[in-house]
Ligand binder design. Structure first.
Ligand SMILES: NC(=O)c1ccc[n+]([C@@H]2O[C@H](COP(=O)([O-])OP(=O)(O)OC[C@H]3O[C@@H](n4cnc5c(N)ncnc54)[C@H](OP(=O)(O)O)[C@@H]3O)[C@@H](O)[C@H]2O)c1
Length: 391
């Protein structure tokens, strides 16, 4: 039984707290900390389990260190923003506790996914005999575990992977993002990139699209984006020749995004406005609906998975592993929409793997570096049943 410090009381944090609270045999004590105490209290009030709350600015490693020490936490779960990854990792090192997150570090002034900043901590974590698990959400997260599972059970060689992410839900707003708007828009507006025959190929943002048949949803157009799990999967899936990531967007969403870009509202560099510096994207975030508030009226499904092509027993094989989640059902269970749900459940499972010693190594690791079987079993057990489709 363990004490866990969860940092970040947003849409994902609220699901992580609720899911951990339902597994008291592992998560004996939960401390929820965030930039605003009120965000933590609002979540704690709705959970049928004692949750301690605290205020913290996680950009400041010293504040996180003080909090870990005060509560004698055994591990820290980072579901704040990617900007805080390194300061929280520093705090984990200073206090000797394990670390988990769901999104790789991004410097605020540069919209770019790269693991190198966090991989650079491997030796220090190993020497301290603690573990960091990176990207324990859905994508990255479950998608990495799907890849490890396919490699272990279904293929002798995987030649190509298409990670496909479809949100077919409708929240009733003309424009909203399903997780933190600033992080989400930075992700979508950067150049697309995929890996083929040993090299990265860069394309203009959203310039390549394809229609995929999504189980339980139907055919939907998806756009090629660069996504962080590609960087680690290229290292860990043997024989891989191509990996791409695709996400669906409605025409309406893309039109809004184009207009916002054209008028400069997605800029991440400051502009001078009435005597002070304002980052337009941060201001836009303040105007858009809070992703945590979308759940109530959200209808429809998400379908996220991986399509693999390769060889099995000398024969070509094409297979899809995926999960379908329903926004309304997620809201009924935990008061959150399916994007927060599908991120928060694997966060809890990843933490459970570490705290129970099922996944335990010293250093910094990505999800596909561990045995996927116990994680896949827990997906079925804790609300994200997965399916397979021979294509
Ligand atoms: N892997 C995946 O599948 C996946 C999918 C979706 C999202 N994510 C990641 O999940 C994370 C959370 O997303 P979300 O949708 O929950 O975002 P969100 O609703 O904006 O929540 C983020 C929370 O972090 C807190 N925070 C921000 N800066 C902080 C700081 N300096 N110190 C302490 N707390 C701070 C905010 O605090 P206050 O409310 O207290 O101000 C907010 O509650 C993001 O990193 C996102 O990239 C991963």
């Amino acid at each position: 039984m363990a004490k866990v410090l969860i940092i970040g009381a947003g849409g994902v944090g609220s699901v992580v707290v609720r899911k951990c609270a339902r597994v008291p045999e592992v998560f004996e004590q939960i401390i929820l900390a965030s930039r605003r105490l009120a965000s933590c209290e609002a979540i704690a009030e709705t959970v049928d389990h004692p949750i301690k709350t605290a205020q913290v600015d996680a950009d400041d490693a010293q504040q996180v260190i003080a909090l870990i020490k005060k509560h004698k936490a055994d591990m820290v779960i980072n579901v704040a923003l990617p900007y805080q990854d390194l300061s929280i990792m520093e705090a984990a090192l200073a206090t000797g506790v394990d670390y988990l997150d769901t999104a790789n570090y991004e410097p605020p002034e540069l919209a770019r996914f790269e693991y190198r900043w966090q991989w650079a901590y491997h030796e220090r974590f190993a020497r301290r005999d603690i573990m960091a698990l990176l990207g324990s959400g859905f994508d990255p997260g479950v998608t990495n575990v799907f890849c490890a599972y396919a490699q272990k059970h279904y293929f002798d060689e995987i030649h190509s992977i298409d990670i496909v992410d479809c949100n077919d839900g409708d929240h009733g707003h003309p424009f909203a993002t399903n997780f933190n708007p600033e992080i989400n828009i930075r992700e979508i507006t950067q150049p697309g990139k995929y890996w083929q025959e040993g090299r990265w190929i860069e394309i203009d943002p959203l310039s390549l699209s394809q229609t995929f048949e999504f189980p339980e949803v139907g055919p939907r157009r998806a756009y090629l984006l660069y996504h962080e799990e590609e960087e680690s999967l290229v290292r860990h899936i043997h024989g891989l020749r191509q990996i791409r990531f695709w996400m669906t967007f409605s025409e309406d969403y893309l039109t809004h995004l184009r207009v916002l870009q054209n008028v400069g509202m997605t800029r991440i560099t400051p502009v001078r406005f009435e005597g002070r510096d304002i980052v337009p994207l941060k201001f836009l975030k303040a105007l858009l609906p809070d992703p945590g508030s979308l759940g109530k009226n959200y209808r429809g499904k998400t379908c996220i998975g991986c399509i693999f092509k390769g060889l099995y027993r000398d024969k070509p094989r094409k297979l899809m592993l995926y999960n379908v989640s329903d926004h309304r059902r997620c809201f009924e269970e935990v008061g959150a929409q399916a994007v927060s749900y599908t991120t928060g459940v694997p966060t809890m499972i990843g933490a459970k793997m570490m705290l129970t010693g099922v996944w335990k190594r010293a250093g910094v690791f990505n999800m596909e570096q561990f045995d996927p079987d116990p994680f896949m079993a827990d997906l079925n057990r804790y609300g994200l049943p997965w399916q397979q489709l021979e294509l």
